[in-house]
Design a protein around this ligand. Structure first.
Ligand SMILES: Nc1ncnc2c1ncn2[C@@H]1O[C@H](COP(=O)(O)OP(=O)(O)OP(=O)(O)O)[C@@H](O)[C@H]1O
Length: 374
């Protein structure tokens, strides 16, 4: 079978169609919907796209009246359209939610600083409050420093772990218990494919959930764009003339995700519905029930003021517990972010040691060794 190379999703394809819109039969069709190849006019496209997002929100009961919701705002196409559309639907359908933009500054010069400038403009355009939390403040490292120290190969691992925690911490700071992100149908189908190809059954089970929440965590996450095609999000942003940042991250995307993405794009070119089909397959997979390990009786249960629970067992830690070092929720004694930070600190010490040795010789090396505490 020969595959057609994928087109660049960031460049919306405007199809010249000379017939009338298949929905209103009144205006000229301007767009061929990537999702179902329907030829429709601009206004009908806005209407169907917004209605589908509204239906996803309502049928999954994503929001409660009076709820404060943080939109993870990166300045990219997905989260910009998400912030715009959520504000619009909140007003149109009276969800009664309070929307805040929450941005994480990972410290990537020439990428995140520019995209944050976009978020700051969006804040004014959409008249929404904005909170920015930085890796520098939380971890005393920027992604640029991490890559300089640990190399580019695992940059997505560091960034993913730190960003997840940073979004939670930012939300907690604002008293918000619901973070929504712009993950779209393409992202979700890619994740399902990746987990199948890696045989990662534990992740496969969770990969199609629209709402996720770690046990014990007061903060839930949801993905209102779960069924929205990336190409349609780009078309929407294009025709609505939204102000978004379209440069890819300076650091290479996770290698295997890149391969899954390429595979998805090739499949989509042959069969556009395959993105939704993969998500539906993931949703309907019935996995063999896990054999539960019998846990020892809890030795101490503490319910905190934020509603989370700490269960300390005699022989270890479980979900709902807190990291011994930073106090963040963790199912291990030390959370993933602190483990990564420990590795980085050791590496930083090694790097500075190597630099010092070559520059100033043995006396400096002895002094540095005395200061090191591994
Ligand atoms: N620095 C950040 N600050 C806040 N939220 C973020 C940040 N990076 C990513 N997110 C959230 O996670 C979602 C998925 O992020 P991902 O890195 O996959 O980017 P993306 O698919 O290019 O999305 P976008 O177009 O919104 O940048 C984003 O839509 C956004 O909601």
């Amino acid at each position: 079978m020969s595959f057609t190379p994928p087109s660049d999703p960031r460049k919306p394809k405007v199809v010249k169609v000379t017939q009338l819109c298949e929905l209103c039969h009144a205006r000229k069709a301007l767009i061929k919907r990537p999702k179902n190849l329907q030829k429709i006019c601009k206004l009908c496209f806005f209407h169907v796209f917004e209605t589908e997002i509204h239906n996803t929100i309502v049928s999954n009961k994503l929001f409660e009246r009076g709820e404060k919701v943080a939109v993870g705002a990166s300045g990219g196409k997905d989260s910009t359209v998400l912030a715009y559309i959520l504000k619009l639907l909140n007003e149109r359908h009276d969800y009664g939610i309070n929307i805040v933009l929450l941005s994480i500054d990972e410290g990537i010069v020439g990428y995140r600083d520019d995209s944050l400038a976009t978020v700051k403009r969006n804040q004014i355009q959409y008249d929404l409050p904005l909170e920015i939390v930085s890796y520098r403040d939380l971890y005393n490292w920027t992604m640029d420093e991490i890559v300089a120290c640990a190399g580019i190969r695992n940059s997505c691992t560091y960034c993913g772990v730190f960003r997840r925690q940073a979004l939670d911490r930012g939300a907690a700071k604002l008293g918000i218990k619901h973070v929504i992100t712009g993950h779209n149908a393409d992202d979700m189908a890619e994740t399902v494919l990746m987990n199948i190809l890696r045989g990662d059954v534990a992740r496969l089970e969770k990969s199609t959930a629209i709402i996720t929440q770690s046990s014990g965590s007061p903060i839930k996450r949801s993905k209102p764009f779960k069924y929205a095609y990336q190409k349609e999000i780009v078309l929407y942003a294009h025709y609505k003339k939204l102000d978004y940042f379209s440069t890819e991250c300076t650091y290479a995307p996770e290698a295997f995700r890149g391969t899954a993405r390429e595979l998805m794009k090739n499949l989509e070119a042959v069969r556009p519905s395959c993105i939704l089909d993969i998500i539906h397959s993931g949703e309907n997979l019935r996995l063999k029930p896990k054999r539960l390990k019998r846990a020892p009786p809890p030795s101490h249960v503490e319910v905190r003021s934020d509603g989370s629970v700490s269960i300390q067992r005699l022989n270890g830690f479980v979900d709902g517990n807190r990291c011994d070092r930073c106090g963040y929720l963790s199912s291990n004694k030390i959370c993933k972010a602190c483990m990564l930070l420990e590795g980085l600190e050791k590496n930083r010490a090694k790097v500075s040691l190597e630099k010092d040795t070559s520059v100033e010789g043995a006396a400096r090396l002895t002094r540095t060794l005395e200061k090191l505490a591994f």
